[in-house]
Design a protein around this ligand. Structure first.
Ligand SMILES: Nc1ncnc2c1ncn2[C@@H]1O[C@H](COP(=O)(O)OP(=O)(O)O)[C@@H](O)[C@H]1O
Ligand SMILES: [Mg+2]
Length: 257
């Protein structure tokens, strides 16, 4: 049984079939990347997994559990976290506060007990702070911890978003174009972090990415998608050198990077 899989998933928006029978499986502990030209349906896959969209057909299964129709909060509860192509953070609060908000799913007390500040609430608060500080160290965010997100450079905001997802202690981390807008140095940091998230934290990664260099560096396997249809899936090198994949990317920026 696969660790995570989409089984023949399809969804249309009006007349447009954004996903048309996409089957893929992610193995525990790997970095699995989805590539494809703009509009191929990559983000839509994440939005279906996340329960932002309802599938027209097909199923999504995580650790033997059918999560096709669960409430969107359940996705976080089962240990799936994501980042967004366009950063989604609370821009007027600090880096630390954003990371603490990422801990939401680990809170098991209700508002009343929190108000009374019981031992368990206090324990959770301490756990959350400890985890947030760990993430801050891991991603080298010490210099920014008390700063408002809105005031930070774009690349740092992207890192904070990665941190927010990590603070949830996910099992499966979905990254939507993590390298977009980053400079060379930030790209290199990201590449190391992804390797460390996999190796040291043991988190499985499902990544949508446009930069082929990053895809090559970090991916174990790759799915190439075009017009909502899988072109090919397999070992990274094989997929990147597949004639249909190269054809789909002709004229696309970043293909040969
Ligand atoms: N909520 C939506 N309403 C209408 N069309 C959508 C919606 N979400 C995605 N699409 C369309 O589905 C296609 C795939 O989009 P998307 O998954 O964002 O592509 P990618 O991430 O691969 O660039 C595009 O043609 C896009 O316009
Ligand atoms: Mg996208």
């Amino acid at each position: 049984m696969a660790y995570f899989e989409t089984q023949n998933i399809s969804i249309s928006f009006g007349g447009l079939r954004a996903l048309n029978g996409v089957t893929m499986d992610v193995r525990q502990g790997e970095v699995f990347s989805i590539i494809g030209p703009n509009g191929a349906g990559k983000t839509t896959i994440f939005n279906c997994i996340n329960r932002y969209y309802n599938l027209d057909e097909g199923a999504i299964v995580f650790k033997d559990r059918d999560i096709t129709k669960v409430g969107s909060h359940v996705i976080a509860d089962v240990g799936i976290a994501r980042t967004f192509q366009n950063i989604e953070l609370f821009k007027n609060t600090t880096v630390l506060e954003n990371l603490l908000l990422g801990r939401h799913r680990h809170r098991r007390t209700n508002l009343l007990t929190e108000a009374l500040f019981t031992r368990s609430a206090r324990r959770q608060e301490l756990d959350a702070r400890e985890k947030a500080e760990e993430v801050i160290d891991f991603l080298d965010l010490q210099a920014y911890r008390e700063q408002r997100v809105a005031a930070l450079p774009y690349g740092v905001q992207k890192t904070v978003e990665l941190g927010r997802a990590l603070a949830m202690e996910p099992e499966l981390l979905m990254l939507d174009e993590p390298s977009s807008g980053l400079n060379m140095e930030e790209m290199e940091d990201l590449s190391f972090w992804i390797a460390d998230i996999k190796e040291e934290l043991g988190i499985t990664i499902l990544m949508v990415e446009h930069n082929m260099r990053l895809v090559k560096e970090v991916s174990d396997r790759v799915l190439a998608l075009n017009f909502g249809v899988p072109i090919t899936v397999g070992e990274t090198e094989d997929v990147l050198n597949h004639p249909e994949v190269m054809k789909a990317y002709l004229g696309e920026e970043g293909a040969a990077a």
